[in-house]
Design a protein around this ligand. Structure first.
Ligand SMILES: *[C@@H]1O[C@H](CO)[C@@H](O)[C@H](O)[C@H]1NC(C)=O
Ligand SMILES: *[C@@H]1O[C@H](CO)[C@@H](O)[C@H](O)[C@H]1NC(C)=O
Ligand SMILES: *[C@@H]1O[C@H](CO)[C@@H](O)[C@H](O)[C@H]1NC(C)=O
Ligand SMILES: *[C@@H]1O[C@H](CO)[C@@H](O)[C@H](O)[C@H]1NC(C)=O
Ligand SMILES: *[C@@H]1O[C@H](CO)[C@@H](O)[C@H](O)[C@H]1NC(C)=O
Length: 544
């Protein structure tokens, strides 16, 4: 305590002196170092600067993840000597919550690298992982172990995830289970689950997270990819040809996607371009599903900067390329500080209201809406966005409430939140997510993980029979990287009397046809003169 007031005193004194001399009221670097780690400052030691701590993998900054330089030149929270700022080893939530089985070894605390094994009492069988390892992102590997016996109940035992406790031990239709997390942890996923007639539980399995628990890009890709695929609703025939693909969305209505990216000070400065590139990647990935949604894309701080206006899609013919171009050339000068998340939701609400007006009550029923937000949730202006979210739900659900799980319109609205940053306001953000078919809330450690996430939301093995998938993460223009980016390219070479007479490019347009230019074949004598090379999907070329 003594130490801390000492620091503040120093800062205050410096500030007073500065004001007298009309110099900026800066923070000092005294006491802000971290043992075993590093820190970055968004605006050096100037007021409003955000100090962000970083540690090696498997460690997290403790007791604070970051500090902010206040107007009067003091850090919040103020640096203290005890406990010192250091990198602490990552813990995983308590696995000793298994019912009807044993956890070994029984410990009070488990840290990165610790292994646990699970076995069930006689008469019970194990579902889930029998061995788990505490991972550097603060999660256990594998899946929740569950010991259950066949009781003939309608739904399977939903288990208890690490760090949680469950109320409700009846698994018949309409029975409810409620989860809570131990202190120091918060719940991500469904707090309540209800057993449905089809023998499944509503929602998704909850998990207990520490502030230092993060989702890996692979986890997010899998989970978000699964959910967004559900929305883009592709059902592929087993034969897997492009003709066999059938897209419900184009038959049953319009898909509107609203994307909001937080560019306020609360997320580091250079992150803007990374976030923008990630959005471009996401849009291209969605396009590879052969759906053409309407987009509304904004960047926001205390103001909303609209890059792509969804209303243009209704009044003009907007091409995807134009959207991408607009995004890529978008620059912000003199952006305002502060974050107004409420304004973003209100702005999406307004866009929806316009669309509803245009489409009419009946027409609007066929519109699906997907909101995707990237933020750390530190809104300091405009108040809570919850009322705006409630109004959006009301508008889309059209008074069909979600309560009894039947005849609802809840698959017409999804709100996904990608929480990114060193200090995420989970309690504010999670209640804003909406939708069925998987998780809608994700926690990522770094902005650069976004692009990786979106690049892998579509598994290439799932789209055999298509022309191939455009991959965007390799920037250098080698022939290999070009092949990755344009897998439908075919190299057409014409050799006459052992000499190459033409080098052409073609495009794979169906499983059996390549489209190319007629002039390439002016000198062709026989079929043997032509060599076509295409990507065989395994990273090398096949000759035909
Ligand atoms: C600086 O301002 C904050 C809030 O405005 C206040 O809580 C804090 O006590 C001030 N610190 C000093 C050293 O004046
Ligand atoms: C801190 O920065 C130094 C130099 O940039 C680097 O070598 C070191 O690995 C970093 N340590 C951590 C914990 O990030
Ligand atoms: C857990 O890991 C820590 C650090 O590596 C180690 O000291 C401890 O013995 C491990 N505990 C168990 C039960 O494996
Ligand atoms: C796949 O295509 C083949 C030949 O076109 C056909 O005989 C077969 O029934 C198809 N299989 C499925 C599952 O549609
Ligand atoms: C929804 O309910 C409100 C009041 O309960 C009513 O005024 C409104 O017309 C209803 N909207 C629809 C689409 O049924």
């Amino acid at each position: 305590m003594g130490a801390s007031s000492n620091w503040s005193w120093h800062a205050a004194l410096l500030c007073l002196l500065s004001i007298g001399a009309e110099v900026l009221c800066d923070c000092t670097d005294r006491g802000i170092q971290i043992e075993g780690g590093n820190f970055t400052l968004t605006k050096e030691l100037k007021k409003g600067s955000l100090l962000i701590y970083s540690c090696n993998e498997g460690y997290y900054p403790y007791p604070h993840l970051n500090r902010i330089c206040q107007e009067n030149g003091s850090w919040k929270p103020a640096p203290k000597r005890f406990p010192p700022q250091r990198c602490k080893v990552v813990e995983c939530p308590d696995p000793n919550v298994l019912e009807n089985g044993n956890v070994s070894p029984p410990e009070v605390q488990y840290v990165v690298g610790n292994e646990t094994s699970y076995d069930c009492y006689p008469g019970y069988t194990l579902r889930g992982s029998s061995k788990r390892i505490c991972l550097p992102n603060g999660k256990w590997s594998g899946s929740t172990p569950i010991c259950s016996r066949d009781s003939g109940a309608a739904c399977p035992d939903p288990g208890v995830p690490p760090g949680a406790s469950r109320a409700g031990n009846m698994f018949e239709i309409d029975d409810k289970v409620i989860y809570t997390c131990n202190s120091g942890l918060f719940l991500v996923g469904s707090k309540e689950r209800v057993c449905l007639e089809n023998g499944q539980w509503t929602g998704t399995e909850p998990a207990c997270y520490y502030k230092h628990t993060f989702d890996t890009p692979q986890e997010v890709a899998e989970s978000f990819g699964g959910a967004i695929k559900g929305t883009l609703t592709i059902t592929q025939s087993l034969n897997d040809t492009q003709e066999g693909r059938y897209i419900r969305i184009s038959k049953s209505g319009t898909l509107n996607i609203y994307i909001g990216v937080d560019i306020s000070e609360s997320i580091g400065k250079d992150d803007f371009e990374k976030a923008r590139d990630a959005v471009v990647t996401l849009i291209k990935k969605i396009a590879s599903f052969s759906v053409s949604p309407n987009y509304d894309i904004v960047f926001f701080s205390s103001e909303v900067y609209r890059v792509v206006n969804i209303l243009d899609f209704f009044s003009a013919n907007v091409e995807l390329n134009k959207v991408i171009e607009d995004l890529e050339t978008f620059k912000i000068e003199n952006k305002n500080t502060g974050t107004d998340l409420n304004l973003v939701f209100k702005s999406f609400e307004n866009q929806m209201a316009y669309i509803k007006q245009r489409a009419g009550e009946e027409g609007f029923k066929a519109h699906r809406h997907v909101l995707i937000l990237f933020t750390d949730g530190a809104y300091n202006m405009g108040g809570s966005p919850e009322p705006a979210v409630a109004r959006i739900k009301n508008m889309v659900y059209m008074n069909h409430t979600v309560e009894n799980h039947v005849g609802t319109r809840d698959d017409f609205l999804d709100i996904y939140i990608f929480a990114i940053g060193s200090d995420i306001f989970d309690d504010d953000l999670q209640p804003l997510t909406v939708g069925t078919g998987g998780r809608h809330y994700f926690r990522l450690l770094k902005n650069e993980e976004l692009q990786e996430t979106f690049d892998s939301i579509i598994d290439e093995s799932e789209v055999v029979g298509m022309c191939g998938l455009h991959m965007d993460y390799e920037r250098e223009e080698s022939r290999e990287s070009q092949r990755k980016r344009y897998p439908w390219w075919a190299f057409v070479t014409v050799q006459v009397a052992g000499r190459i007479s033409e080098n052409c490019l073609g495009s794979l347009v169906s499983p059996d046809f390549v489209l190319t230019a007629a002039h390439c074949f002016a000198s062709v004598g026989s079929l043997q003169d032509i060599v076509v090379e295409i990507d065989n999907g395994r990273g090398s070329l096949s000759k035909y």
